[in-house]
Design a binder for this molecule. Sequence first.
Ligand SMILES: Nc1ncnc2c1ncn2[C@@H]1O[C@H](COP(=O)(O)OP(=O)(O)OP(=O)(O)O)[C@@H](O)[C@H]1O
Ligand SMILES: [Mg+2]
Length: 233
Amino acid sequence: MKKIPVGVKGIDALLLGGMPEGKSILVSGNCGAGKTVFASHFISEALRNHENAVYISLEQEKGKLMLDLQEMGIHWHSHEKKGKLKIIGGNFASLRRLKDKRKAHSADLIQEIVEVVQELKAKRVAIDSVNLLLSLFDDGNEQRNCFAQLNYELQKQGCTVLYTCEVPEYTPMISWFGFEEFVVDGVFMLRRQSDHKQIAHRSVEIIKMRGSGHKEGSFPLRISDKGMEVLYR
Ligand SMILES: Nc1ncnc2c1ncn2[C@@H]1O[C@H](COP(=O)(O)OP(=O)(O)OP(=O)(O)O)[C@@H](O)[C@H]1O
Ligand SMILES: [Mg+2]
């Protein structure tokens, strides 16, 4: 199986040489743990390798996201202009209104995403966050089926896929709904915790990666104006 760089400095060493191409990963974490930054590096890695990519943001408007990323030296404008990157952005409330207005079902949503991927011949897709995407639907069965089907369809297109996932604070959960981790091939858990002196500690742990060995345990993670880096030698 071909292994490819994830895009975050230091993480490929934890995966003993990168992640298997065409697999899907869930990047879970609490508030401010670094999920969006991780996903952005993942997409930038595709662009660096002259591959097309799709970024779906349900948390931030496209313009705001791009401004935030510029602060850490990630510039996507030219890639978007050249048609190599498609950023689909919008806040959850407006997407929810649109979905209700159109009386859309999960199959419609999946089809729309797959069409964008096909149009671009995208090799990487990031969805930030998958729990918000699934929250467009009220029924638990539809949410789970939607995720399984979406993941299946994207992998059928030959994409390597990253989903970010929020986790409730102060719980041992590794996803929002409790089923997301079973759908994907790999799970990366990001954590941000403050110690008793209010100093923040960030870490990453690979919980699973089908088709690849990996280091076990938590490793320190740093986010600066130069981006994200796993501190591991
Ligand atoms: N330019 C920067 N320089 C230094 N640190 C930064 C910079 N940009 C972001 N950060 C750090 O990264 C954190 C945000 O990371 P990110 O947005 O990826 O978290 P998240 O897990 O997606 O959060 P949320 O749950 O709110 O979506 C900020 O709170 C800040 O600590
Ligand atoms: Mg985020």
